[in-house]
Design a protein around this ligand. Structure first.
Ligand code: TGC
Ligand code: FAD
Length: 405
C-alpha cells in the first residue's frame, strides 16, 4: 500500500474510534497507576494509528510495516527485557495489558509484537551470548529490526520434536538445511530464530540473518485470517552460518517450548482485547438499530448474547490477571498458561461469533471490526499450540498420563 494512502486514512479516520473497554468487576483496581497509564497510552496509539488503517490493510492483505518504529517507541517490543538491552524491565501485567490493547486493534499487529518480544527477544535474552544480546536486542526493541520464530515445519506442527531442519558443522560454521512454514513476520524479517537439530539430533536455536546465502522467505498468500500480518516460509539451502550465531544457553526442545510460555501468556490477554472490541461494537449497534419499532437491544435474545459475552470477558480478565500475578512471582506453570490461552481464545471466538450476529447483515462488513476479529481468531486458536494440544497438556497435568506418547 502506498504511504500516501496510509496518510490519507490516518487523517480521514482520526477520532472515529471511541473504544472505552469493559471493566465489570473493577479489575482496574487490581492494577497500579503505572499499569493503567501504559495501557492507556497503548490504547490511544491504537486508536490513532491502527484503527484508521486496519480495515484497508486487512482487505488489501497488507502488513503495515510503517508502524514498526512507532511500536518500538511505544515500548511494546520486549518490554520485559532489561533496559540495558532496550527493553523497559516491565512486569508481566504490563506486557499483558499491552497485548490486550494491540489485539483490540488487530490480532495480526499483536502477532508481530508477540513474535518480536516473546519469541525473538526473549530467547536471545534467555539463551543468547552477551555479544548476541548487544548486537540484536536494542535494534529489535526499537523496531529497526523485525524478527521471526521458526519452529513449525510442513510435516511437523503440533509435534515439533519430529523436525527435519538440521545442521552439520564445518570449522567455525554450521551448514543449515530444511524449511519452516506458517511463520509470522517471515517475509520481512531481518533475523529469524530457527530451531534445528544439531549433528547429535538435539534441538538448538540458531540466529539466521537476512542476506545469508541460501536463505529465502517466500510469503504465504491466499489467507482468510490475519490478513494484515505477513506470514511466510523460511527456506534453508546449505546456509553457512557462523557458529557464533548459535544460541549457547539451551539444548533440547525445552528451548523453543519455554519461549512459547511467554507468547501464550500474551495471547491470553490479547484475545480479551479482540473480545472487548466485538462486545462494545455490538452493544452500541444494538442500542441504535431499530426493528419492530424498538432498539434490538430491548429484545431478550439480544440481551442474552450481550450478557453472556460480558460474563465470559470478565471471567477471562480475572484468569489473565491472576496468571499475570503468578508470572510476576515466577510461579506460573505451563499447564496454567495452557488453560488460560485455551479458555480465553475460545471465549473470544464465541463472543465474536455471537456479536457478529447482533449486527445482522452489517456484521459481515468491513465497516465494523467484528468479522475481521472473528477470522483472525481462527489463526489464534491454532497457533502457539492448537486448542486440542492445550487440552491434552492440561489432561496430562490432571491425570499424569501423557496422551502424546
Ligand atoms: P515433551 O517431552 O513434553 O517436552 C520436551 C522438553 O520440553 C520441556 N517442556 C517445556 N519447557 C518449558 N515450557 C513448556 N511449556 C514446556 N513443555 C515441555 C519438557 O519438560 C522437556 O524437557 P526435558 O528437559 O525433559 O527435555 O515434548 P513432546 O515432544 O512430548 O511435546 C509436547 C507438546 C506436544 C505439548 C509440545 O510439543 C507442544 O507444545 N506442541 C505444540 C507446538 C506449538 O505450540 N507450536 C507453536 C509454534 S510457534 C507459533 O505458533 C507462533 S505464532 C506467533 C504469533 O503470530 O503470534
Ligand atoms: P497439525 O499439527 O497437523 O494439527 C492438525 C489438527 O490435528 C489440529 O486440529 C490438531 O489439534 C490435531 N492434532 C494434532 N496432534 C494431535 C494429538 N496428539 N491429539 C489430538 N489432536 C491432534 N509457527 C511458528 O513456528 N512460528 C510462527 O511464527 C507461526 N506463526 C503462525 C501464524 C499463522 C497465521 C498460523 C496459522 C500458524 C502459525 N504458526 C507458526 C504455526 C502454528 O504454530 C501451527 O499451525 C500449529 O502449531 C499447528 O500445527 P499444524 O498446522 O501443522 O497442525
Amino acid at each position: 500500500m502506498e504511504r500516501s494512502k496510509l496518510e490519507q486514512l490516518w487523517q480521514s479516520n482520526l477520532n472515529r474510534d471511541t473504544f472505552t473497554g469493559c471493566d465489570f468487576y473493577s479489575i482496574d483496581d487490581l492494577l497500579t497507576e503505572e499499569h493503567l497509564q501504559i495501557r492507556d497510552s497503548v490504547r490511544t496509539w491504537v486508536k490513532n494509528r491502527v484503527s484508521p488503517i486496519i480495515n484497508d490493510c486487512a482487505q488489501e492483505s497488507y502488513f503495515p510495516k510503517e508502524l514498526l518504529p512507532e511500536m518500538g517507541n511505544l515500548g511494546v517490543f520486549g518490554p520485559h527485557v532489561p533496559t540495558k538491552y532496550g527493553g523497559s524491565d516491565a512486569d508481566y501485567l504490563t506486557y499483558g495489558l499491552m497485548m490486550q490493547e494491540i489485539e483490540r486493534g488487530d490480532s495480526g499487529i499483536r502477532s508481530t509484537a508477540s513474535v518480536q518480544g516473546s519469541l525473538v527477544m526473549h530467547p536471545i535474552h534467555l539463551y543468547g551470548s552477551e555479544e548476541q544480546k548487544q548486537k540484536f536486542l536494542p535494534k529489535l526493541a526499537n523496531g529497526t529490526y523485525l524478527g521471526a520464530f521458526g519452529l513449525t515445519e510442513p510435516d511437523h506442527g503440533s509435534n515439533p520434536n519430529g523436525m527435519q531442519t538440521h545442521f552439520t558443522e564445518d570449522g567455525d560454521f554450521i551448514v543449515l538445511n530444511g524449511s519452516k512454514t506458517w511463520i509470522s513476520n517471515a517475509p520481512l524479517a531481518d533475523i529469524a530464530i530457527v530451531w534445528a537439530k544439531n549433528p547429535e539430533g538435539k534441538v538448538q536455536g540458531v540466529i539466521v540473518e537476512r542476506g545469508m546465502e541460501g536463505f529465502t522467505t517466500p510469503e504465504i498468500q491466499n489467507k482468510w485470517s490475519l490478513r494484515a500480518s505477513a506470514t511466510g516460509e523460511l527456506v534453508f539451502n546449505d546456509v553457512r552460518i557462523p557458529k557464533t550465531n548459535i544460541l549457547p544457553g539451551v539444548i533440547g526442545l525445552k528451548g523453543p517450548l519455554s519461549c512459547l510460555n511467554s507468547a501464550r501468556y500474551g495471547i491470553c490477554w490479547g484475545v480479551i482485547g479482540a473480545a472487548m472490541d466485538c462486545f462494545e461494537t455490538a452493544k452500541k449497534y444494538a442500542l441504535e438499530r431499530l426493528q419492530f419499532g424498538k432498539p434490538i437491544a430491548s429484545f431478550q435474545l439480544q440481551q442474552k448474547k450481550l450478557s453472556e459475552a460480558l460474563t465470559e470477558i470478565t471471567k477471562a480478565q480475572l484468569m489473565a490477571w491472576r496468571l499475570g500475578v503468578l508470572m510476576n512471582e515466577g510461579k506460573a506453570t505451563p499447564a496454567q498458561i495452557s488453560m488460560a490461552k485455551r479458555n480465553n481464545v475460545e471465549i473470544a471466538l464465541n463472543v465474536a461469533r455471537e456479536c457478529r450476529q447482533i449486527l445482522g447483515g452489517n456484521g459481515i462488513s468491513g465497516d465494523y471490526s467484528i468479522m475481521r476479529h472473528m477470522a483472525n481468531l481462527e489463526s489464534v486458536i491454532t497457533y502457539e499450540g492448537t486448542h486440542d494440544i492445550h487440552l491434552l497438556i492440561l489432561g496430562m497435568e490432571i491425570t499424569g498420563i501423557n496422551a502424546f506418547e
